[in-house]
Design a protein around this ligand. Structure first.
Ligand code: ATP
Ligand code: MG
Length: 449
């Protein structure tokens, strides 16, 4: 009670952070020129300003341009309400239930336009029993909008018309000093939204910034708050992290912060499992490499690798109990995915991709008869083979197996016939218990559904 009262008085008495005048940083100081902003974002800002609204490019894009990384996308913040924005752009739509934002389409681009938001105040906002803010849908001043953002480097407002940056929280200086600093009291901010802990790790790794000790300190003890975050949101955030192009660095950072422990079964698997560790790091390195080369990465493939050794362990255990290989694999797959689902909601489409890749694996062991031909025709053959090669590279299987398939896939049909193994000897491990009383249906080792 008393603490609540004190906090209320304190909050009333200390709104200086939202009354603060921003520093105006000139283009000579920050170096970001109008030409580096996407044409769509320039247009959105210009139209809004012509109609007497404030409008700035904000967030990640400004930050990335200052440190010389290509921005992922351009967001605009404005004093106009969503309805006012909607009325100014023919190709636009209002989205979001909790907090309305407007998507403005221009050429191939979509610009996310959000109205300045009021500060989240743990007193007035609706929170869950751990203090996590559930709703924050009040519009506010530009200074408030800056203060409710997470890190100082994310609270920079770029005005394309004069190329200045308005900086309320010394974000430009922090960027130059390579520091990721939280706006406000980190403990309070993590309580409001525990996902900020993951963002700290991700942005630190992506930008090469070190997390300010005040923001870094509380993470270890507060990490359990992440358990209350809705699984779908956690999945989004994990996906961003894993596909950031800096997954290896991010996960090392998470481990350092103690953030993986008991937090997500997935992270425990990734970071604690001796058997699968080499496999997982290889896969993450692979992913980072692909991102840096601008190649597409499939989330399904990535999650399939992250969870594979769990499946393998469960599958082996089932087989050791005498279950048949094929149904045992499918049960192991479901068991592992179900365990994840409680905390991290992998979307259904991605779960489908994961299962396809896993289900193909035992089929690579059959190198006789018709089944290699059928496997080659599978739509997901290539993903399945990439996965197989990764297993071999990590030492789980002999390299000879993916090499055999690579040759088989690319050689003439006569050579293929010659490559096939005699019917009875199916690959590296001989199947000794083939003829079981109830083994009636389907070809052994054929996993097509
Ligand atoms: P990325 O490079 O991944 O896009 P980003 O910082 O732009 O990084 P977004 O999720 O696109 O991340 O968010 C856009 C902006 O919204 C951020 O720069 C930050 O100002 C603000 N923001 C995002 N998430 C939060 C959060 N959890 N709490 C407070 N502010 C946030
Ligand atoms: Mg962004």
């Amino acid at each position: 009670m008393i603490r609540k009262l004190l906090r209320r008085v304190f909050r009333r008495a200390a709104p200086e952070s939202i009354l603060r005048e921003p520093a105006v940083i000139s283009v000579e100081q920050h170096g970001v020129h109008r030409e580096q902003i996407s044409p769509a974002a320039l247009k959105v800002c210009a139209v809004l300003q012509e109609n007497n609204h404030k409008a700035y490019v904000v967030g990640g894009a400004v930050r990335d341009l200052i440190i010389g990384q290509p921005p992922k996308d351009f967001d605009v913040a404005t004093s106009a309400t969503p309805e006012e924005v909607r009325a100014l752009f023919r190709r636009s739509r209002i989205i979001g239930r909790r907090f309305k934002i407007v998507h403005v389409m221009s050429g191939p681009e979509t610009i996310e336009v959000s109205t300045f938001r009021a500060m989240q105040d743990a007193e007035s906002a609706q929170t869950d029993e751990h203090g996590r803010v559930l709703h924050d849908n009040v519009y506010g001043s530009m200074a408030e909008d800056a203060t409710r953002r997470d890190f100082t480097v994310n609270a920079l407002y770029y005005n394309p018309s004069d190329e200045t940056i308005l900086d309320y929280h010394h974000g430009v200086a922090d960027l130059q000093q390579k520091t990721l600093r939280m706006i406000g009291d980190p403990r309070v901010r993590y309580r409001e939204d525990p996902v900020r802990m993951l963002r700290a790790a991700r942005l630190g790794a992506k930008l090469g910034l070190s997390i300010d000790p005040a923001a870094r300190g509380p993470i270890r003890e507060m990490s359990s708050l992440l358990e209350n975050v809705p699984p779908a949101r956690l999945f989004d955030e994990m996906l961003k992290l894993l596909l950031s192009g800096h997954a290896v660095k991010c996960l090392r950072q998470l481990r350092e912060e103690g953030l993986h422990h008991g937090l997500l079964p997935l992270l425990d698997v990734i970071l604690e499992q001796p058997m699968g560790e080499r496999f997982v790091w290889l896969s993450l390195e692979n992913t980072d490499e692909r991102v840096s080369q601008g190649k597409p990465v499939s989330p399904g493939f990535l999650f399939a690798t992250l969870l594979w050794h769990e499946v393998l362990a469960d599958w082996e255990a089932r087989k050791a109990r005498g279950e048949h290989a094929q149904p045992a694999l499918f049960e192991a797959m479901d068991a592992v995915l179900d365990k994840q689902a409680g905390k991290l909601a992998i979307t259904r489409r991605i779960v489908g991709d994961i299962k396809e890749i896993w289900a193909l694996q035992p089929r690579f062991e059959k190198r006789s008869g018709k089944s290699p031909y059928r496997l080659l025709e599978q739509a997901r053959y290539r993903a399945g083979w990439d996965f197989l090669r990764l297993r071999a590279e990590s030492g789980e299987l002999p390299m000879e197996l993916p090499e055999w398939w690579d040759e088989f896939a690319h050689t003439s049909s006569e050579n293929r016939e010659a490559m096939l193994q005699p019917e009875r000897n199916t690959g590296p491990r001989k199947r000794r218990r083939r003829r079981k009383p109830n083994g009636g249906g389907g070809a052994d080792g054929d996993f097509s559904e």
